[in-house]
Design a protein around this ligand. Structure first.
Ligand code: NAD
Length: 348
């Protein structure tokens, strides 16, 4: 398959690109290279004859039309987005423009291309979204997000992603564009940008800095290893039912405090210090509107497409910590980017 992957220089997009090339697909990676991008993430496949890179902004419709015309993809995997909730609190405008207007541009460019090609039945527009569109769950472990959970986004980030999901469904219903959607829980793993919780904890621990926990650390997230997510996405774009959405999660719920404590234990083993890393844990002001709990019921993708995660959260976290220990050049270069290492998103 020839895949047009947007956001392929980011965390999840690059895992999709690496996996797709390894599986024998051709990939056109379209990315604007914002502060969150790093082309080193795809260095391993950049010399492949099956790989091409286009630097373009999804807010630029003409650039998208050119990319479709030049590369004639069989399917689109749309991951390009502003993705950091804390940044969405400080500057929601970029989230509206990229996540909503940018997705609108992608839909219109894809539709024009698909119509021009004679509306091929096999074409797919796969929109990659988040479980955060469903809002916040109570602590009862039997209650989880299903594909039928009503949308209830509560941050500028999740509201912008929810809007983009609605646009994608509307383009399917109104224009017949062949779409599939996925909503995934929190990802972690190699190449995770050093402003997100897990890399922040690993890198602050190594630097002897405080390990910041928002609020009382009781907020619960469901964690999925990024390479398992990439596998699920490639399955959905090829075999997902037209117009259908799939929730993807690792069934690994952890409170932020539990997660950080586990990371500290792994670091104590792999890079012992003169004190337990957990002594560096510090409680800081909570994020405004911080959702209490997310949990995914992945029953549909498991039953219909046979997908399940390949690694446990303990194994995935261990691999992740080891990757950061082995790849200091990668993360040091990114720590100098604007806002990294600063507390963002406290201005409610
Ligand atoms: N990270 C998670 O845990 C998670 C979970 C579920 C869903 N998602 C979704 O998956 C997708 C990828 O997330 P991520 O964590 O890899 O994000 P990321 O921030 O690491 O990467 C985003 C990529 O998109 C590119 N980009 C941003 N704005 C662009 C624009 N206007 N034009 C073109 N490219 C642009 C960036 O340069 C970057 O390479 C997003 O749509 C996100 O909402 C993420």
């Amino acid at each position: 398959m020839k895949l047009l992957v947007t956001g392929g220089a980011g965390f999840i997009g690059s895992a999709v690109v690496r996996r797709a090339i390894a599986d024998g697909h051709s990939v056109v990676n379209l990315d604007a290279l914002t502060y969150a991008a790093c082309l080193d993430n795809v260095a391993r496949v950049a010399d492949s004859p099956n790989y091409a890179f286009v630097q373009a902004d999804i807010r630029d419709r003409a650039a998208l039309d050119r990319a479709f015309a030049e590369h004639t993809p069989d399917a689109v995997m749309h991951l390009a987005a502003e993705s950091h909730v804390d940044r969405s609190i400080d500057g929601p405008g970029d989230f509206i423009e990229t996540n909503i207007t940018g997705t609108y541009n992608m839909l219109e460019a894809a539709r024009a291309y698909w119509v021009g090609q004679g509306r091929p039945e096999a074409f797919r527009f796969h929109h990659i979204s988040t479980d955060e569109v469903f809002g916040s769950l109570p602590s009862d472990p039997s209650v989880k997000f299903t594909e039928d959970t009503p949308y209830d986004p509560r941050s500028p980030y999740s509201a912008s992603k929810a809007s983009s999901d609605h646009l994608v469904r509307a383009w399917h219903e109104t224009y017949g564009l062949p779409v599939v959607l996925t909503n995934c829980s929190n990802n972690y793993g190699p190449y995770h940008f050093p402003e997100k919780l897990i890399p922040v904890i690993i890198l602050n621990a190594l630097a002897g800095k405080d390990l910041p926990i928002y609020g009382d650390g009781s907020n619960v997230r469901d964690w999925l290893y990024v390479e398992d997510h990439a596998e699920a996405l490639l399955l959905v774009v090829q075999k997902g039912e037209l117009g259908r959405s799939y929730n993807i999660g690792g069934e690994n719920e952890r409170s932020n405090l539990e997660l950080v404590t586990t990371l500290c234990g792994i670091l104590d083993e792999l890079r012992p210090s003169n004190h337990p890393y957990a002594e560096q844990i510090t409680y800081v002001t909570d994020r405004p509107g911080h959702d209490a709990r997310y949990a995914i019921d992945p029953g549909r993708i498991r039953a219909e497409l046979g997908w399940r995660p390949s690694v446990t959260v303990e194994e995935g976290l261990r691999r992740t910590v080891q990757w950061y220990l082995d790849n200091e050049d990668w993360w040091r270069a990114l720590q100098t980017r604007k806002g990294v290492g600063e507390r963002l998103g406290v201005t409610a």
